[in-house]
Design a protein around this ligand. Structure first.
Ligand code: G6P
Length: 767
């Protein structure tokens, strides 16, 4: 930086000096010319008046007249001398400073008399710069009868020019000094400051101080650099964390799943096969904003889980293009390379009409299957028109997949979730040599519950087209196998957890999904940091409280948000000393709000928070803060770190990643998790306080238990939960799922003949 500054300043000095000197040189030349012209003029005027007077004196032949004339002129400024000469150049009269016997002067005088002309010139007289005017004198008849010499000292012109040059040098030096000083100040303020702060930040990264944040305002200034450095820094942090964890575990003879290990594993398992993932939600959404097209990553556990797999093996992700600018950025085959900053895999977008989205996504998937699979006492709605859209959209995705798979020898396909129950069969019928898995991210209900669905057989048959069906927990697998056993003609093998139907074998296995676990080590000052974070967050919210609880959910009726608020109310009733001290912050992301039940539920949550607040609120304290907007991952992590207690009270949930995210965020090994027994997460996190969310009183008591928990017990519980999440993290989930799919014994079935019907599922309006 210092060398750069000096080089810059030196270049400026040389540049400014050259420009100033060149422009001054022209000015000075002009000045010099003016001075010479001035002297010429003065000399000519003097010569003219001398000549006139001398001619008169000569005519009257009066020698004293000439002497008086000469002495009268002898004191003029810069005048060396004047002389009057006869036509033979003999001096008639002259001042002492002039000597016409000097060769130069006499030659000029002679030439002026002989040629009868005025000569005005600059020359040297004994190394002295002079100006000479030689002019002829005429008698009354016009004949030349002599001449005059007027000699001026021209040395003062050079002195004057030198003085001007001296002034120029002083001016240039002053300019250079001012410019150099200003440049130095600008450099220090606007460049050195940000660059050295960025350097401090990068040094902190290098030395492993993960908590240090990038200097964002400086990075605004260095935005081009920032675009490159920020992702680099993030990858470096991740790589360091992974390396530290791996190194630690290597000592303990264990091996942890990291993004790198997953990449390696997937490449080994897939060999020359290509991976295709299908989900409704896309990983990158392009939208129009005021300043052009922007790209967002949806806050989705599914996206977090699937993306590392795709990045690892350069696969293709087929998803619904839901952004209003999505179509602008794809190629002519509806594809785009992502992630935008570091393209590693292909996103193939499928377009749906508004009616299709209404019927398939809002209707059948979220008003039908969602409440059907979650026991939360919201009645599923089944409309024949929604089913038709669901069928057609599944078919549309099958078409897109078939196009993408064309020409692939051993494609491996991972289908995600309840939006695509029909897709495995549709795909297998057309591409029998594809290995197909579907992961069902929500619970599977009991056969009795599932039986109310008018298209139960079609859904089951569609799913059984897959080679592997994954659920979060064993009980969902059992429910599924029981459902198949009861509804479809097939052979369920309880020993191997598989179903054989029409000669096709489907394995049904649990793969508990998880989160990334970035922070390997326990930060020494993490506990203090969490207190500071809490103070900062409460100040931002304008709340005063001593204890903080946190809940993070989409505002969905399955999440038990009303029961949670009521548990807070019960806790405050039964533990009045906590009134004025305990505040529960609910982050509630709006979701699926075009569905009536969701819109109603949103109002119910607001009303319940208001009711409880009105009952207890005092001063700057209130029991419930409802933050009804989407929060990004970093924002949510601040709340996780600040909370004394996190409440996950879903009435029914496939897994619930909030519970695991909270545990992963607590590198201070503090904080208590209250967890519904009806979540998949309760099977993994035994050290949470497990509650029945329908039992409001007991859940309220769990809050009291959490806040009064002994610090050693709290740390003990958190350590064990963190170990579990760390070991069975998201990379472990992805690795075991792909491993299981690739290991299945796979009997290649013949390609369908062109005359064969590709589909075995029929659209029907009821069983
Ligand atoms: C929840 C479920 C996921 C599902 C997602 C869909 O997170 O657990 O299984 O894929 O909702 O959310 P969306 O916002 O796409 O409807």
């Amino acid at each position: 930086m210092r060398i750069l500054s000096w080089r810059l300043i030196l270049a400026l000095i040389v540049g400014v000096s050259l420009v100033s000197i060149a422009s001054s040189w022209y000015e000075i030349q002009a000045q010099k010319e003016a001075l010479r012209r001035d002297l010429d003029y003065k000399s000519a005027t003097l010569g003219e008046s001398l000549a006139g007077t001398a001619e008169l004196c000569l005519e009257t032949q009066n020698p004293t007249c000439l002497e008086q004339m000469v002495s009268r002129f002898s004191n003029r400024e810069h005048l060396i001398g004047v002389g009057v000469y006869g036509d033979d150049q003999s001096a008639l009269v002259s001042t002492p400073g002039i000597n016409a016997s000097n060769a130069g002067l006499s030659a000029l005088l002679k030439s002026s008399i002989q040629d009868d002309r005025i000569i005005s010139t600059f020359t040297h007289l004994r190394f002295r710069r002079i100006h000479v005017l030689a002019a002829p004198l005429h008698a009354g008849n016009g004949d030349v009868e002599g001449g005059i010499l007027v000699v001026h000292d021209a040395g003062y012109i050079r002195t004057e020019i030198l003085r001007i040059w001296a002034r120029v040098f002083i001016r240039v030096a002053a300019q250079v000094l001012v410019i150099a000083a200003i440049t130095l100040i600008i450099l220090r303020w606007s460049l050195s400051g940000p660059v050295s702060r960025v350097a401090v930040w990068m040094r902190a990264l290098r030395t492993g101080q993960h908590a240090v944040r990038p200097p964002s305002t400086d990075f605004d200034f260095l935005s081009t650099l920032a675009r490159e450095v920020a992702p680099l820094a993030e990858s470096m942090q991740k790589a360091r964390a992974a390396a530290e964890i791996e190194a630690g575990l290597r000592n303990a003879n264990e091996s942890l799943w990291t993004a790198e290990r997953l990449a390696d594993h997937v490449r080994n398992r897939l060999g020359d096969s290509n991976l295709f993932v299908v989900s409704n939600r896309e990983p990158y959404i392009h939208s129009f904003r005021d300043n052009g097209i922007v790209v967002d990553v949806p806050a989705s556990g599914l996206v977090t889980a699937i993306e590392p797999i795709l990045c690892a093996c350069n696969g293709t992700w087929v998803a619904h293009g839901s952004g209003d600018a999505d179509a602008e950025v794809v190629d002519n085959r509806d594809r785009i390379k992502v992630p935008p900053d570091d393209p590693r895999y292909t996103l193939r977008r499928v377009w749906l009409s508004r009616e299709q989205e209404e019927g398939y996504y809002y209707g059948f998937a979220n008003e039908g299957l969602w409440p059907l699979c979650h026991i939360a006492h919201t009645r599923p709605i089944f409309r024949a028109s929604d089913w038709e859209h669901y069928y057609n959209v599944n078919l549309k995705f099958a078409d897109a997949l078939v196009q993408e798979i064309a020409g692939q020898d051993n494609p491996v396909v991972l289908i995600q979730d309840y939006h695509f129950a029909l897709l495995p069969r549709m795909l297998k019928e057309r591409v029998p040599h594809a290995r197909v898995a579907i992961f069902w991210h929500i619970p599977w209900p009991t056969p009795e519950s599932f039986e109310i669905c008018p298209w139960q057989r079609e859904l089951l048959d569609g799913l059984l087209g897959a080679d592997l069906i994954g659920f979060h927990v064993r009980s969902h697998c059992n429910n599924f196998l029981n459902t198949v056993d009861r509804i479809l003609e097939s052979r369920v093998d309880w020993e191997h957890f598989s179903v054989k139907r029409n000669d096709h074998l489907t394995s049904v296995l649990p793969f508990p999904i998880s989160v990334e676990f970035v922070n390997g080590a326990v930060a020494s000052n993490a506990s203090e940091a969490s207190g500071e974070e809490r103070g900062a967050l409460l100040a931002e919210l304008g709340i005063e409280a001593t204890y903080v609880g946190i809940g993070v959910d989409r505002v969905d009726y399955t999440k038990g948000i009303l029961e949670r608020f009521q548990a807070v109310e019960s806790f405050l009733e039964n533990n009045p000393t906590y009134q004025g001290k305990f505040t529960f912050i609910q982050i509630g992301a709006p979701t699926r709000s075009r569905i009536k039940r969701y819109a109603e539920f949103q109002s119910e949550v607001e009303a319940e928070a208001n009711r409880i607040n009105a009952r207890f609120k005092r001063g700057k304290w209130k029991p419930i803060v409802f933050l009804n907007r989407q929060h990004n991952r970093h924002e949510v992590e601040r709340f996780y770190r600040a909370a004394h207690v996190c409440m996950v009270t879903s009435l029914h949930d496939g897994m619930n990643l909030v519970a695991k995210e909270f545990v992963a965020a607590r590198d201070d090994e503090r904080g208590v998790l209250i967890l519904s027994r009806f979540t998949g997460a309760a099977r993994d996190l035994h050290d949470a306080i497990v509650v029945n969310p329908y039992d409001v009183r007991a859940t309220g008591d769990a809050i009291a238990q959490a806040l009064k928990m002994n610090i050693n017990e709290m740390a003990d519980r958190m350590q064990r939960m963190r170990r579990s999440v760390k070991e069975r993290n998201i990379y472990w989930w992805a690795g075991t799922l792909i491993g299981a799919l690739c290991e299945l014994r796979f009997e290649r079935r013949a390609e369908p003949r062109s005359s064969e019907q590709p589909m075995s599922v029929e659209i029907s309006s009821g069983p």
